[in-house]
Ligand binder design. Structure first.
Ligand code: ZN
Length: 93
């Protein structure tokens, strides 16, 4: 699946980042249908999930949309993590 990996300008507060994500994410990360909710993934090892190096002292929050059916899926977290990892690898190559 091809998701849009979009780096946004550095945000200094979480509220600003959430607002940006809510306004700009218009598809479920897993199936591309309209999302019902906004999720946030904070990885222990962000370089595994991002095509750029992490800045020291910064937290990388990856926002995504999720529709109701995908939200109900028992393996949703593993599928979301795998999607971010796959997209980061694709962007690096
Ligand atoms: Zn979905």
């Amino acid at each position: 699946m091809n998701i849009e990996t979009q780096m946004i300008p550095e945000r200094h507060d979480l509220g600003s980042a959430i607002g940006y994500a809510a306004e700009n994410i218009d598809a479920c990360i897993l199936c591309r249908k309209p999302p019902a909710l906004l999720g946030c993934f904070i990885a222990d090892d962000p370089e595994r999930y991002l095509p750029v190096k992490k800045k020291p002292g910064k937290t990388r929050a990856l926002f995504y949309g999720l529709c109701d059916p995908c939200h109900e899926h028992p393996d949703k977290l593993a599928r979301i993590e795998a999607t971010f990892e796959r997209e980061a690898l694709r962007a690096k190559n």
